[in-house]
Design a protein around this ligand. Structure first.
Ligand SMILES: Cc1cc2nc3c(=O)[nH]c(=O)nc-3n(C[C@H](O)[C@H](O)[C@H](O)COP(=O)(O)OP(=O)(O)OC[C@H]3O[C@@H](n4cnc5c(N)ncnc54)[C@H](O)[C@@H]3O)c2cc1C
Length: 457
């Protein structure tokens, strides 16, 4: 199995005891107060999970589920309370190459599954950019990749789950048996119990070897980026992967504004394409390996080189290079603190939502100095799970990735931004990606949380 030392956040551990007092919000505010739990469960089996749930229930304690803590919406924190960590619930149970599925325990890291599957020339259809995301954590929020216009969300590729509900009962459900319950558990952010095992669909192909061609477009005006990306997201054609990025970077008294959209297509597999891929990604991954380990000034320079590499993204790359693109190039803990806020926009409202979200960020920058750079990462989604909201199932991920000035970004300003984003979502029948900060008001959540599209128990 792969060595997990490789990370895109050198100065931030999520496997230490101290890290259990934080979620990803720490990246937005390095001085945020720790919320350490009092008690931690480390189950290795489903029976251990049952015991943990029964024990906490007897003591009338709330139990929170945590995998690796990449969410930033207070979902995995329980100050002075009890946490169940899925860290050791991390085994591969069964690979069936005839029926094309893999069954795993929920705490396993998705990148480790893919590395295991590569030996059999198969892989997961949808995997996150970051290489420490777990199967259970991804299934509990949705799961998006640059292949989501073809394969939907990660949860569209989950065939069955075993979970333990809060009564301590072991439940099994899939698309045929108990579909209502199945849909409720997926995207459940740990509300309906602890997912212990998942059966996931796999696809044929060698992700590490197959080279694709990047048809990239550059933009220097936001409106041009918005209009073109709307078209590319609405009609991805026969491209295999696609993603776009818009960056608005203050630079002295001016600002650098640049956008890039990549569509990846099949190409010849020969020495030339492999050579181009190896040189380009060899360089970018070298930046990623050094990132976070250098003296501050050089680290920031390396980050700028990485951002440049993302904008002028390589013409040729392997499927693996494309799936985990930014994560292997940039270190989130270098430079300004950052925060993600994500909207899942019905494709027809994409342009309007993009403009309005941009306005919210520009206001926070101009009026409060709370934000430094503003960037949007966008991807197309066609999801069966989301069809219940929008017949076509066609959505766009609009990820705001913001540079934050923690002293100016008070809770009031952050909450105001989050409320405005949630209100926009309600207006456009969009959804929020729940691992990033949202309102806590139940009436609002019922309108923006994908899990509420399905009947609650
Ligand atoms: C750098 C970075 C890159 C990312 N890239 C992507 C990406 O490309 N695509 C994408 O879709 N997302 C991406 N994400 C978001 C990521 O998918 C979410 O944070 C997700 O929650 C998975 O993280 P985790 O496994 O650490 O889960 P955690 O943050 O630990 O948990 C998330 C939620 O799931 C619940 N949960 C976890 N495990 C279980 C379980 N076994 N049973 C029940 N509930 C459970 C928790 O209670 C919590 O509510 C990224 C995040 C970061 C920080």
């Amino acid at each position: 199995m792969r060595d997990n030392k490789y990370t895109s956040h050198e100065s931030f551990e999520h496997d230490s005891i101290d890290s259990l007092g934080y979620d990803w919000e720490r990246i937005a505010d390095p001085n945020i107060k720790s919320k350490l739990p009092f008690k931690i469960y480390l189950p290795r089996t489903t029976d251990h999970v049952v015991n943990a749930i029964k024990e906490t229930s007897k003591l009338d304690q709330e139990l929170r589920v945590r995998s690796k803590g990449h969410s930033s919406n207070d979902l995995v924190l329980n100050e002075d309370g009890a946490i169940l960590c899925t860290e050791k619930l991390n085994q591969i149970i069964n690979l069936d190459l005839e029926k094309m599925y893999i069954r795993v325990q929920s705490g396993i890291i998705l990148a480790d599954i893919d590395e295991y599957l590569a030996e059999y020339e198969v892989g997961l259809p949808i995997i996150g950019d970051h290489n420490h995301i777990t199967a259970g954590g991804f299934a509990s929020v949705g799961g998006i990749s640059p292949a989501s216009h073809r394969f939907g969300l990660f949860i569209d590729n989950v065939l069955a789950v075993e979970y333990v509900n809060w009564n301590g009962d072991i439940r099994c459900c899939d698309r045929i048996k108990n579909i209502e319950e199945f849909n409720r558990v997926l995207t459940g952010t740990g509300r309906h119990g602890v997912i212990t095992e998942l059966t996931c669909r796999i696809e044929r192909g060698n992700k590490f070897q197959t080279v694709l061609y990047n048809d990239r477009k550059l933009f220097f005006k936001s409106e041009a980026f918005i209009l073109d990306s709307q078209k590319l997201i609405s009609n991805p054609g026969d491209c295999l992967f696609e993603r776009g990025v818009w960056i608005d970077y203050p630079f002295g008294k001016t600002k650098i504004q640049i956008g890039q959209f990549s569509n990846y297509y099949k190409t010849a597999q020969n020495k030339y394409t492999r050579f181009r891929k190896t040189i380009a990604y060899g360089y970018l991954h070298m930046l990623g390996r050094w990132a976070g380990r250098l003296p501050k000034v050089i680290d920031i320079l390396v980050k700028y080189l990485g951002i440049l590499g993302i904008i002028i993204s390589p013409r040729y790359g392997s499927v693996k290079d494309i799936e985990s693109f930014t994560d292997k190039v940039l270190d989130s803990t270098v430079g300004d603190p950052t925060r993600m806020l994500i909207v899942l926009a019905p494709v027809e409202s994409y342009a309007e939502l993009f403009r309005s979200l941009y306005e919210i960020c520009l206001d926070a920058r101009k009026n409060h100095g709370a934000i430094s750079f503003i960037s949007f990462y966008v991807k197309a989604i066609k999801s069966d799970y989301l069809r219940i909201r929008n017949d076509s199932g066609k959505f766009a991920e609009l990820m705001l990735y913001l540079g934050v000035r923690p002293e100016q970004m008070t809770n009031e300003i952050l909450n105001e931004m989050v409320s405005s984003i949630d209100a926009l979502c309600i207006k456009h029948e969009a959804l929020r990606y729940m691992h990033t900060k949202t309102s806590k008001d139940r009436d609002i959540l019922q309108k923006i949380d994908p899990n509420y599209l399905y009947k609650q128990n």
